[in-house]
Design a protein around this ligand. Sequence first.
Ligand code: FAD
Length: 393
Amino acid sequence: MEPIADATAATTEPLVIMGAGLVGSLLSLYLVRRGHPVHLYERLADPRRAGLLEGRSINLALSDRGWRGLAGVGVTDDIQKVGIPMYRRVMHDQQGQLTQQPYGQEGQAIFSVSRDSLNRTLLDLVEAKPEAQITFGQKLTQLDLPGRRLHLRDVASGQEYDVGYQRLFGVDGAFSAVRGAMQRLDRADYSQQYLEYGYKELTIVAGPGGAWQLEKNALHIWPRGNYLMIALPNLDGSFNATLFFPYEGPLSFESLRTPDEVEHFFADVFPDAAPLMPNLDTEFFAHPTGSLVTIRCWPWSYQDTVLLLGDAAHAIVPFYGQGMNAGFEDCTVLDRLLNEIGETDWTRVMDEFERLRKPNTDAMAELALYNFVEMRDRVADPRFLLQKRIESK
Ligand code: FAD
């Protein structure tokens, strides 16, 4: 699809994008395609030089709304190379019996993509555009909204400096500094709600010759009532497993204190997965326990100069696999509104954007919380969903 650029609206003043994460990178591709120069500032070092991103989920489920976001700037082929289609979810019960549910009609799938590969690929695509500049290692520490000035710190040298802007896009994630400044304004709504569950990333290793030791084209779930583990395939034959588990209580992160306790627990409750996790005891204690938060705020814009997108506007828990997908959809919707309304009336574009997106992302936040109960409990209950028993291992 060819861009519908409003050439008359394009300015030489770069649009400022705070955060070069998944949504910030995709948003810049959309804005460059519209004829705008963009300047991205990112707190972290360039992941392509600094190695893997620490402490975040290692792979993500990319679904239709995410693909549409990528298709809008013509980059689906680049991303398909780093993805694996998952046609169904496969549930593992405590005896190692497997059941499955398809994700859609024959041939329909969601995709497992590595966060790192996706981020690197999007950054490469952004950097290939002469109109785009990315400055890594720059942290937004203060924002003067009426004066339209960013206060940034160069993370390596500690040097602080100010930069002016005409238009700023806050895509700096769940703990957004841009949103932080907007929260201090009159009549700004904000809420954050943590689950009493955390998550831990673990590895199901590849078999001999890089073979997948579980069905490759599936999202695997071990539902266990009040907790669960999931696993998504990687291109190298391994799977990234994520344990969602209570922080405190008789069976919790707090209760598993030694490698022996961890190994016994996994052998008991995940008997088919445990033998495929030779690094379990090391990873369990070395990897951080991540928290799970839902963040809601309103408004998402300030005058016609600042707009929040992605997790900065709507962070949700991951059980519906839609956080990034929703952020990509934000980019599609903003682009459509810029086509429909034009770039001479940014106030209307921003008003319309938040009016359209807020009910959608609120619904996704609710569905994600609901799906936590479904995934850990109901997918294992044959009374709730039609399941097809497949060969046990
Ligand atoms: P981020 O990815 O957080 O990027 C924000 C960027 O801003 C970062 O690079 C950060 O360093 C930078 N930044 C932050 N503060 C500053 C500052 N002060 N100055 C400068 N830069 C700053 N979503 C899905 O769609 N599918 C899934 O399967 C899925 N699984 C998930 C599993 C887990 C365990 C978790 C925690 C999340 C999952 N998500 C999933 C959600 C997904 O990770 C997020 O929705 C997505 O990363 C949001 O992208 P973003 O660009 O808005 O924010």
